[in-house]
Design a protein. Structure first.
Length: 105
């Protein structure tokens, strides 16, 4: 899935284009994520400036508030964590073991 989305459109095979279109047609959330990713790449590649990035950020925040939960992994509504049972990252993330070096200055 990641490869399909992150491959530049000019470099996708016809079979990959068909699969990606079918997946996007089935999932409005995936379609939205794909569109946001493509727009973000355009902003970066073409150095389109702060105004476009601010609009993209606004659109991304708006889409995050409207994501459907029907395809969410089990328990995600309860924990707020979107991890599938086979994921090594189930449940609440462990606290970070990293320590700040700011106080050592």
């Amino acid at each position: 899935m990641t490869r399909l989305i992150l491959t530049h459109p000019d470099n996708r095979s016809e079979a990959d284009r068909v699969v990606l279109k079918e997946l996007r047609d089935r999932s409005p959330d995936l379609d939205t994520a794909y569109e946001l990713g493509a727009r973000f790449a355009e902003i970066l590649v073409h150095r389109q400036g702060r105004e476009k990035l601010e609009q993209w950020t606004h659109d991304a925040e708006q889409s995050a508030s409207t994501l459907s939960c029907e395809d969410s992994p089990p328990g995600s509504a309860r924990t707020g964590t979107r991890s599938w049972p086979t994921s090594p990252c189930t449940g609440t993330p462990a606290p970070s073991k990293a320590t700040s070096t700011a106080s050592r200055c």
